[in-house]
Design a protein around this ligand. Structure first.
Ligand code: AHR
Length: 497
């Protein structure tokens, strides 16, 4: 039987916009074993002189993280950052109420800066707007960014960091719309507190960029009214609106719909983009605010209570092939919506809800590690507005959806192009013709493909390479066209130059 066929039309003049490097960010929270036993583990044979896991950092560099958000998450809303600086033996052990865990504070702001420098990522810090005050938020900006000569900057110097950390990105709290949040506020209370915090923080350092808490997900009862109110109050004081989302196929076991989740991701962005446009017009502003999708991930049910232990095993679950294909589509959505989504942070970078999993000696890369690695390493320059003609299939949640999910990039400086394609079909190969409508590259230089026949296939410590990318041969592009057969349940990255 001959395979189904599809066409992908590319034109380097038809762009969505420039791809923000900050789309390839991560998130690290004091939750479970993300910090302790994840990135910081002095007892591991892989630890360096700072107690940081060299094998984990090598993987994070391979993923190309450009920015890392820290220290939470729900943890942030009960955190006193002063607990985490200064001599380690004097730092308090605390019961922390987000995850009912014991926090030793052996890792804090200064250690995080060292970690970011070694990984090559920019730090994005959150300020506590739950139990924290606007004063403590402003003090943290002084601690991180002010030259020495005043109290908090001198405290930094006394802690061995004479030079400012120069943190550019700052989150104004975390998920403050959620009743689960420590110190949850209603939308008007949050908006006022965030505005005043941002004012003080920017008076300390006018070069910082601030992120306002938007809706924790698209199912919140207050969505999108929360966003409108917060934006109207804070518009001129902020640069980004934060959105979050976690998904899973665990309860529904509806793979056709699960593999079409890009539709839901795009709808969320479109609603938020419309809200941004509305508020900009209503406030008669020349200023722009963009989206920071600073928590996104597949999250299957797992333990979330630490039961008052240190570094408990929380939310450590495996990821399978269908999860990897959802992650690939999420990244495609970031590219297709890069005119409004400027920051994105995968939650989280190790152990918690993560595609990296440590034991004291070992490191496992789950399936969805690989689509992130491929897209973050290949997507450069402009995102192209791709026209796709593909057969459709039926889903319960979204109706008829195209079998292919596609994004593409073109770097005007190097001439390199990349096309990212998910074949959502569980059974059908799709012969896909790439058609360049303007000047075509000479060759397909590399093809990387993740594929399998079992949607539930996972990598494990015993079988770590069940789902890894294969490298396929490229070839010349003839008459502006190149055809490749995409197997069912696959993600393919095509590089051309
Ligand atoms: O990433 C895990 C948690 O999910 C974060 O702490 C919170 O912001 C979200 O609800």
């Amino acid at each position: 039987m001959s395979p189904l066929s599809a066409q992908v039309y590319l034109d380097t003049h038809r762009t969505v916009g420039a791809i923000s490097p900050l789309l390839f960010g991560g998130f690290a929270e004091h939750m479970g074993r993300c910090i302790y036993e994840g990135i910081y583990d002095p007892a591991s044979p892989h630890a360096d002189e700072d107690g940081l896991r060299t094998d984990v950092m090598a993987a994070l560099r391979e993923l190309g993280y450009t920015v890392i958000r820290y220290p939470g998450g729900n943890f942030l809303s009960g955190y006193n950052w002063l607990d985490g600086v200064g001599p380690k033996e004097q730092r308090p052990r605390r019961r922390e109420l987000a995850w009912f865990s014991i926090e030793t504070n052996q890792f804090g702001t200064d250690e995080f800066m060292t970690f970011c420098r070694k990984v090559g990522a920019a730090p994005m810090l959150g300020v506590n707007l739950g139990t924290g005050t606007i004063d403590s938020a402003a003090a943290l900006v002084e601690y991180c960014n002010a030259p020495t000569g005043t109290y908090y900057a001198d405290l930094r110097a006394a802690n061995g960091r004479a030079e400012p950390h120069n943190v550019k990105y700052w989150c104004l709290g975390n998920e403050m719309d959620g009743p689960w949040q420590i110190g949850h506020l209603d939308m008007h209370e949050y908006a006022s507190k965030a505005r005043e915090a941002a004012k003080l923080m920017r008076w300390h350092d006018p070069t910082i960029e601030t992120v306002l808490c938007g809706s924790s997900n698209d199912r919140m009862a207050t969505f999108p009214e929360w966003d409108r109110v917060a934006l109207e109050t804070c518009w001129e004081h902020v640069n980004y609106l934060s959105i979050h989302m976690y998904v899973s196929n665990h309860h529904d076991q509806d793979t056709p719909s699960y593999l079409a989740l890009a539709r839901r991701f795009e709808d969320f962005v479109d609603t938020m983009a419309a809200t941004l446009r509305y508020v900009k017009a209503k406030n008669r502003s020349q200023h722009d605010v963009y989206l920071s999708w600073d928590e996104w991930q597949v999250w299957h049910p797992g333990e979330t209570s630490g039961r008052w232990t240190e570094a408990p095993h929380l939310a450590e679950v495996g990821y399978n092939l269908e999860d990897a294909l959802v992650v690939a589509q999420w990244l495609n959505v970031f590219l297709r919506k890069c005119d409004v989504v400027k920051v994105a942070c995968m939650a989280q970078i190790v152990n918690i809800i993560s595609w990296l999993h440590t034991t004291r000696e070992g490191l496992l890369k789950h399936t969805s590690y690989y689509p992130f690695m491929l897209v973050s390493n290949h997507a450069r320059g402009n995102s192209l507005d791709v026209l796709v003609k593909a057969p459709r299939y039926e889903t319960k949640q979204f109706g008829a959806m195209p079998l292919l999910d596609v994004a593409a990039s073109h770097d005007p400086e190097t001439g390199k192009q990349s096309v990212f394609i998910v074949n959502r079909s569980q059974t059908e190969s799709v012969a896909t013709e790439l058609v360049w409508q303007d000047a075509a590259p000479a060759r397909v230089t590399a093809i990387h493909q993740i594929a399998g026949t079992d949607v539930k296939a996972e990598n494990t410590f015993e079988q770590p390479e069940r789902i890894v990318p294969a490298q396929l041969a490229g070839g010349p592009i003839v008459d502006h066209r190149y055809t490749l057969v995409l197997p069912p349940l696959s993600f393919t990255t095509v590089a051309a130059a």
